[in-house]
Write a protein that binds this ligand. Structure first.
Ligand code: FES
Ligand SMILES: [Fe+2]
Length: 424
């Protein structure tokens, strides 16, 4: 595991992409069929057909109809197989809403940030009219990634040959193109993505396909699609926009993205063994788990440390841990909220982005912030060790499937949602 600074480039460890060898992927009925295209002709590739049907078999190795009490966990191939990973990107990550940032990142006109999910490079910005836009962050000329990091810009100039795009995505300058025929600036703009803001979060619908810029969505529709009936519960639990952004921490972890999610969703099972420091701040007897459509909510009262003698209380009297399928966690405790976005980087590697928000009355209390972040960091490092250990165990020939404990209800719910999403 390593920590990287916020602006550092993260190495990508993605498996070879379908796109890279000009393959086109579609599915017909029960069987996925890989179609190769060469020189305008299309061929079915038998080995790819075999691979996909093998992958779909892996999906069926978990049966969501079996109740938790009798169920086995998904097989290790879900956590190690590169074809299974490709299927997840296509079905789980492309097409649904994803929290990719927080609204303060695009608070003012000309603010922007960038990111990557699977093969999709994206760019989110607020234009000069205050409108939030999102695009595939790829230049229309020779496909260079256009913008990097985050900050403020009045336009995006491609670092390769200088083509320039406005903040609404239109190409405003194509350098040295005089004499080129059938070339129209207005046909070469950035490809839009669907973007929305809910509370403090910026959401993207990450799709490989392009959409027309006119397709707008309202906040209500986004909330219903992303959070379902848990919207009110989260708002009541203190998940809202009034908190101040404090900082971001990023972790690269040598485990499948689901190992991190599973660890989060075990209903506090590992806390007494792996987080002894955290345990004294929680009353595990009060731990409860609720599952609602695509969201699970774990709640826990504060423990003996909640009102420490020296007045330091990071967790407060009640902690709420909400998991939004497939990869976003919202943790609300005491004056703090932190969010964890789990980004897959390959079958055996992921990046987890922690964003910390604090009640504005404490945002200048440096000692409190420092101590809270140190405590939080300690818990993260303990979890990283667990997750990397689990990944190594999953790759051992000694293990294939495990069992659930009753407290791991949210984890079982997560696996059922995955199955539903992945089945052909
Ligand atoms: S790739 Fe962007 S200008 Fe050439
Ligand atoms: Fe943990």
């Amino acid at each position: 595991m390593m920590m990287v600074p916020r602006t550092a480039m993260v190495p990508e460890f993605l498996t070879p992409t379908l796109k890279s060898s000009r393959r086109y992927f579609s599915s017909h009925g029960q069987f996925g069929v890989a179609v190769f295209r060469f020189g305008g002709r299309r061929f079915l590739n038998p080995s790819r057909v075999f691979a996909l049907s093998e992958t779909s078999k892996l999906v069926t190795e978990f049966d969501p109809e079996i109740p938790l009490e009798r169920a086995s966990t998904p097989p290790t191939s879900w956590y190690t197989d590169s074809q299974f990973y490709r299927l997840e990107l296509d079905r789980v990550f492309y097409g649904g809403w994803q929290a990719v940032g927080y609204s303060d990142q695009i608070k003012n006109n000309r603010d922007f940030f960038t990111g990557r999910l699977g093969d999709v490079e994206f760019l989110v910005c607020r234009d000069d009219n205050g409108k939030i836009n999102a695009f595939h962050n790829v230049c229309s000329h020779h496909a260079s990634v256009l913008a990097s990091g985050n900050g403020k810009k009045s336009c995006f100039v491609c670092p390769y040959h200088g083509w320039t795009y406005s903040l609404n995505g239109s190409l405003v300058k194509a350098t040295r193109m005089t004499g080129i025929e059938n070339f129209a600036l207005n046909e070469m703009g950035l490809k839009p993505l669907r973007v929305a803001v809910w509370g403090p979060f910026v959401l993207l619908k990450v799709t490989k396909t392009t959409l027309s810029q006119e397709e707008l969505v309202t906040d209500d529709v986004v909330a219903a699609e992303w959070l379902g009936t848990s919207v009110g519960r989260l708002s009541q639990g203190g998940v809202d926009s009034h908190l101040s952004f404090i900082c971001r921490r990023e972790y690269i972890i040598d485990c499948n993205w689901k190992v991190f999610c599973d660890n989060y969703l075990d209903g506090g099972y590992h806390v007494p063994y792996a987080h002894k420091g955290l345990m004294s701040g929680l009353d595990l007897e009060t731990y409860s788990t609720t599952t609602l459509e695509r969201v699970s909510i774990q709640e826990c009262g504060g423990g003996s440390k909640a009102g420490e003698e020296d007045g330091f209380s990071r967790l407060g009297s009640q902690a709420l841990y909400a998991f939004v399928y497939p990869n976003f966690m919202i943790n609300r405790y005491g004056p703090w909220m932190d969010t964890n976005l789990v980004i897959p980087l390959g079958p055996r590697r992921c990046k987890v982005v922690f964003d910390y928000f604090l009640d504005p009355s404490l945002k200048d209390d440096e000692a409190f912030i420092k101590r809270s972040l140190e405590e939080s960091e300690r818990v993260q490092m303990e979890d990283v060790v667990l997750c990397e250990s689990v990944q190594r165990g999953l790759e051992s020939p000694a293990y294939d499937k495990g069992r659930y404990a009753l407290v791991e209800k949210a984890m079982h719910h997560f696996h059922c949602l995955l199955h539903q999403n992945l089945k052909l």
